[in-house]
Design a protein around this ligand. Structure first.
Ligand code: NAD
Length: 484
């Protein structure tokens, strides 16, 4: 098989197999063909990976930040050099067009490695002057062994967004990719070793949810970072709480995008396209509830339909193709279920809505208008190419409706009115907000959700706080005064 890796897992610097684990078939979403067969980790594999990570941690932390950072930056360079090869793997793993994977996956993984590699030498504590010449200082220490658990939409990026800050701080990692897209994290592990990471610093084990659960509860693990759905997040957070472990939760969303009458229509349509159909709509921060003010509604829908008609749907390996299949048969069925429900509940289908008559898991980009807040497609995360357009009249009304959700991942506003734009984002109950754009996630800026969409932030300097802790040292310069 063309994409068959040397073995399923990467532990202690090398590929490791244990065929006793349940099989994992890797399916190319564009054809339905099996392109690799891996095995889920057995308890012995999980143990081996955690033992390797534990053994490697102290020596890795004892290296200087400059040395650790150099490894990460070298890995970033190797990833960029191999961008094409890595993008081809990512396209086969996920079905995302090569046009996208070439610019958004290994490249954003490399950005994270470079950014946190650059930060590593300057991660320090601080000096705190106290009364009478006493002082305290803080030491920034690694947490220990961190577990990363990934979703299937951005497998390379997620492996790096978790691995880079963890390793920069002196932690080691055991990463479990989604069982749907297991290939690229193995490449990240290989590249880190090639860049000079000592054995055991970054390990990859494959598996279903039970493997993730076994990792989370193991006493050797100090921190868990999950990218996944809210129901999984609830379980993982609860399991981590038993061991008082640190967590980062990057979960789902049903984010609002508000388009006011005075918005630039072309930009708003571009934002809505990016925020609903990039990666066939399988992006956590997507603005899937598009609130359009009454005066601009017809112009918006007309341009949206004209622009969507230009989407090139087809073979994701064709560089001209801009819209590929969804990740799996199962995901396609879920999305089709939502489309049927939307029609049954009275939403007006204005574009798409069908499965393509070809092999693979292809759905058309789909737009519903006249969606109301109570409809299922306006309330639940679909994670597929389905946009809901909702009408609104006033700012006050739309803000209340935009926030009336348990999710709080992202939110966006399109308007030419500067003060309204800032007022609106201040009012959003969401972790990541956009003004006159949508869905950018550069490594320099914090990314993450509030409410049920998550805990903690990835990227930026803030991520350091989620992968390290401070030890406080009190130093007396005076005699010790005791009462007796
Ligand atoms: P999922 O929750 O089904 O699975 C996520 C990961 O958790 C997988 O690796 C899975 O094997 C593992 N898992 C499942 N049960 C587990 C358990 N009990 N203990 C430990 N691990 C377990 O999510 P998915 O379908 O792979 O991904 C889609 C979801 O991820 C969507 O909700 C999407 O919004 C979200 N997501 C969020 C972000 C973000 O940054 N906020 C990014 C991408 C995707």
């Amino acid at each position: 098989m063309k994409f068959q890796p040397k073995a399923s897992h990467f532990i202690d610097g090398e590929y490791v197999e244990d065929t006793a684990g349940a099989p994992i078939d890797v399916v190319y979403p564009a054809t339905g063909e099996v392109i690799a067969r891996l095995h889920s980790a057995t308890p012995a594999i999980v143990d081996k990976a955690l033992a390797a990570a534990k053994d490697a941690q102290r020596a890795w932390e004892a290296m200087t930040g400059t040395e650790r950072g150099r490894v990460l930056r070298r890995a970033a360079d190797i990833m960029r050099d191999r961008n094409h090869e890595l993008s081809v793997i990512e396209t086969h793993d996920t079905g995302k067009p090569i046009q996208e994977t070439t610019v958004a996956d290994a490249t954003s993984g490399a950005d994270a490695l470079e950014y946190f590699g650059g930060l590593a030498p300057s991660l320090t504590g601080e000096h705190i002057p106290l009364a009478g010449g006493d002082f305290a200082y803080t030491i920034r220490e690694a947490l220990g062994v961190c577990v990363g658990i990934g979703a299937w939409n951005y497998p390379t990026q997620i492996a790096c967004w978790k691995g880079a800050p963890a390793l920069a701080c002196g932690n080691t990692m055991v990463f479990k990719p989604s069982e749907t897209t297991p290939l690229s994290a193995l490449k990240v592990a290989e590249i880190l070793v090639e860049a000079g990471a000592p054995r055991g610093v970054y390990n990859v084990v494959q598996g279903y949810g039970d493997v993730g659960a076994a990792l989370v509860t193991d006493p050797r693990v100090a921190k868990v970072s999950l990218t996944g759905s809210v129901p999984t997040g609830r379980k993982v957070y609860a399991a981590a709480a038993g061991g008082m472990k640190h967590v980062t939760m990057e979960l789902g969303g049903k984010s609002p995008m508000i388009v006011f009458d005075d918005a630039d229509v072309e930009n708003a349509v571009s934002g809505a396209i990016l925020g609903n159909f990039y990666s066939s709509g399988q992006v956590c921060s997507n603005g899937t509830r598009v609130f359009v003010q009454e005066g601009i509604k017809e112009a918006f829908l007309t341009r949206l339909a004209e622009r969507l008609a230009k989407a090139r749907i087809g073979d994701p390996m064709d560089p001209e193709v801009s819209f590929g299949p969804v990740v799996s048969q199962g995901q396609m069925e879920i999305v089709k279920g939502y489309i049927a429900k939307a029609i049954a509940e009275g939403a007006r289908l204005v574009f798409g809505g069908r499965q393509l008559d070809r092999a693979g898991f292809y759905l058309e980009p789909t737009v519903f208008a006249d969606v109301t807040d109570d409809m299922t497609i306006a309330r639940e995360e679909i994670f597929g190419p389905v946009m809901s357009v909702l009408d609104f009249a006033s700012e006050e009304e739309v803000m209340a409706r935009a926030n009336a959700t348990e999710f709080g991942l992202a939110a966006g506003v399109f308007t030419r009115d500067l003060s309204r734009a800032h007022r609106v984002v201040r009012g959003f109950e969401a972790g990541t907000c956009y003004i006159n754009t949508y869905n950018l996630a550069p490594v320099e800026a914090p990314f993450g959700g509030s409410k049920m969409s998550g805990i903690g932030r990835e990227n930026s300097k803030l991520a350091i706080n989620h992968y390290s802790e401070l030890k406080t040292v009190y130093v007396s310069m005076n005699d010790v005064e005791a009462p007796y």
